[in-house]
Design a protein around this ligand. Structure first.
Ligand SMILES: Nc1ncnc2c1ncn2[C@@H]1O[C@H](COP(=O)(O)OP(=O)(O)O)[C@@H](O)[C@H]1O
Ligand SMILES: [Mg+2]
Length: 398
């Protein structure tokens, strides 16, 4: 979305804080017709915040050090969504990180220029626009869908790729993102034939200055327009991606997209549990063999222990028509969950994987594609449901 043109005639209330009168004066000159409120120190500034409706705070070089940053950030206790910009005479990463962590919107270096001041003022508009969107309910928070199975080879990645692409084609592909959280052996990019320039390792390396624009630049784009955040390209790099990084990434992605579809590693370890806690829907993929059922049962026992909300879990059976027939009723009884969808076993699936295109788009008329669309439908709320007739008639990209 493009920023609305800046309206230069709008008078803004700007607070300028610094012990050096020369800095404050320069800022005041550059702010031209805007209403400038001056403060020599933080307690002065606090008083101004209470008395005036300040829309932006420019904090001067007096505060451009670790202690100054935390002192000035106390202004955010009074007005948490106040956009604050630090002007620093010693722009180093230490100050930068401290400021961003404390809640500053931006850090710029001296000297102030008309261009820098104009950029600061545009933050006010961004904030107002966001508030307006939230009021209008347009800024909808996306749905987080996690595909899990405590057993490798159960069909998680296959399900992730097909569900994500189905949701993308039912709606707006650019509003769907796939996060490959199988940090050691993630292969979603291979199944989707996406060649990532960046991975979640880059997200981890930039975590302190991560914002939506930076995160967006680290996403790859699938041929449909759907976005993908790749797993590390080598297992050894997985260590660089902490659970906090994954959690922060999910939090940001759900503000940027309608659907965040997450592929996971075949464990129920700390990272996967943290992802599950942040999920709206969990697709538990169970392959039709005894070890898979046994592991699913153990995983569900653990989730029951930690009081995970079971209504979020949708049980999906994979390879239902394969030779190893298990009794579905018995399976449901043993897992304590009803089967919500079933995927047939079909050689078109590995064939599609090798073609680098999910089966729902390569063979949209196959039975297995229809099965996978009903798995995707589990993710939708009642009012979002799409009838199968319409689904069939929709054109798929090639
Ligand atoms: N329904 C199915 N029919 C045929 N092959 C399948 C099916 N589901 C999965 N596979 C194949 O099984 C293998 C493992 O699937 P994958 O999605 O990579 O599992 P996971 O991500 O759980 O380890 C892949 O080669 C995939 O093509
Ligand atoms: Mg996988």
């Amino acid at each position: 979305m493009a920023l609305p043109a800046t309206d230069p005639t709008l008078t803004r209330n700007v607070l300028v804080v610094d012990a050096d009168p020369a800095f404050v004066e320069t800022a005041e000159q550059l702010l031209g017709d805007h209403k400038v409120h001056k403060a020599r120190n933080v307690s002065d500034a606090q008083r101004r915040l209470v008395e005036e409706s300040i829309e932006l705070a420019i904090i001067g070089p007096t505060y451009a050090h670790a202690a100054g940053v935390s002192e000035s950030a106390m202004l955010l206790d009074l007005q948490p969504d106040l956009p604050m910009v630090l002007v620093s005479d010693a722009l180093n990463t230490e100050v930068l990180r401290a400021a961003i962590r404390a809640g500053y919107r931006d850090v710029v270096d001296v000297p102030l220029t008309p261009q820098k001041v104009a950029e600061m003022l545009s933050i006010i508009e961004q904030v107002h626009r966001r508030e307006e969107e939230e009021r209008a309910g347009r800024h909808k928070i996306g749905k987080v869908v996690t595909i899990m199975s405590p057993k490798g080879g159960a069909g998680k990645t296959m399900t992730t790729a097909n569900v994500a692409l189905t949701l993308a084609m039912w709606g707006d592909p650019s509003r769907v993102v796939v996060l490959d959280a199988d940090l050691q052996f993630g292969d979603i990019c291979i199944s989707l034939q996406v060649d990532p320039q960046h991975t979640i390792v880059d997200v981890a390396r930039d975590i302190d200055k991560l914002d939506e624009a930076l995160l967006d630049s680290l996403l790859a784009t699938h041929s449909s327009g759907m976005r993908v955040l790749s797993a590390p390209l080598e297992p050894s790099l997985a260590d660089e991606v902490s659970t906090q990084v994954v959690v922060k990434t999910i939090g940001m992605l759900k503000r940027m997209f309608d659907y965040v579809i997450i592929d996971t590693a075949p464990f129920l370890d700390e990272p996967v549990l943290s992802i599950l806690e942040r999920s709206d829907v969990v697709l538990l993929v169970v392959d039709m063999d005894l070890p898979s059922v046994k592991n699913a049962k153990l995983a569900l026992d653990t989730l029951r222990l930690i009081k995970f909300p079971f209504e979020k879990i949708k049980l999906v059976l994979n390879r239902v028509n394969s030779k190893a027939r298990l009794d579905v009723n018995e399976l449901e009884r043993s897992l304590g969950l009803e089967v919500q969808a079933a995927i047939s076993s079909d050689k078109l699936v590995p064939r599609a994987v090798n073609e680098g295109e999910p089966v729902v788009s390569l063979y949209p008329r196959s039975k297995v594609a229809r099965d996978l669309r009903s798995v995707a439908a589990l993710v939708l709320d009642e009012d979002e449901k799409i009838p199968e007739e319409e689904v069939k008639s929709r054109r798929w990209f090639r």
